[in-house]
Design a protein around this ligand. Structure first.
Ligand code: SF4
Length: 241
């Protein structure tokens, strides 16, 4: 395989929320979506290439002693699937070193999904919305069909999946949405090991200001965590949690 370069925004050493155990999180630059709730807007634009797979592997392996209890590396962003060569080459090298690999993705990339999925151990999959209109409302893109293409490859791969649903007031916070989400997961996704709800928060707002942008949800209130928990319990009545 030819050595490539790619664009990485940041490598975080002690991630505790992006998969099992203690994880090194590699944030790749670039994303085609423009989620209104995005809290990493500085990673939406693709930046110049700045790193090779070998350089990423070297940085990750420094943290290997902390991976003992189920930890490993998580590729996040931005959207890691938009840099398939960098992702593939790095994953192959990390697997040779016995590192557990999670892919944190919205499922909108440039293809080569089968090959990529063969080289990861766990997929953390963001659900933006389950209807075409809702998907467009959240992401400003009509890409629900493209997302479903990824779910087909994911099902074929048989890799375990952790679902992540950001719950936004007036968009996802209804019992109807909970029932429909349960049906959507039953219909489109196999191998789901867990489902997490993440209440919409406003911690990324300052980042928009620093970029000279206005947060698309600047007037949207944060999601009440208690209500989010109640909705999660209701959801679990319709889908095994
Ligand atoms: S998919 Fe993730 S990185 Fe891309 S815009 Fe949405 S929240 Fe931000």
């Amino acid at each position: 395989m030819t050595t490539c370069k790619g664009s990485v925004a940041e490598i975080e050493s002690f991630g505790l929320t992006d998969g099992p155990g203690i994880r090194t999180v590699v944030f790749l630059n670039g994303c085609m979506l423009r989620c209104r709730y995005c809290h990493n807007p500085e990673m939406q634009e693709r930046q110049p290439d700045n790193i090779t797979p070998d350089e990423i592997v070297k940085k990750v392996l420094r943290n290997k002693p902390y991976f003992k209890r189920g930890g490993g590396v998580t590729f996040s962003g931005g959207e890691p699937l938009l840099q398939p060569l960098l992702l593939l080459e790095t994953c192959k090298k990390l697997h040779q070193e016995g590192v557990h690999i999670a892919l944190d993705t919205a499922g909108i990339g440039l293809g080569r999904y089968d090959e990529i999925l063969q080289n990861v151990d766990l997929v953390l999959l963001d659900i933006k919305h389950i209807t075409p209109d809702g998907y467009q409302e959240i992401t400003s893109k009509a890409y629900l069909d493209r997302f479903l293409e990824f779910t087909k490859a994911l099902n074929q791969s048989k890799k375990p999946v952790w679902i992540r649903q950001v719950v936004v007031p007036e968009v996802h916070d209804s019992k109807q949405y909970m029932r429909d989400l349960a049906q959507f997961l039953r219909t489109h996704l196999e191998n789901v090991e867990r489902v997490d709800f993440l209440p919409y928060h406003k911690l990324g707002s300052d980042k928009y200001a620093k970029l000279g942008r206005i947060s698309p949800y600047q007037d949207k209130p944060p999601m009440d965590p208690k209500l989010c928990d109640e909705l999660y319990r209701y959801f679990c009545q319709h889908y095994p949690c």
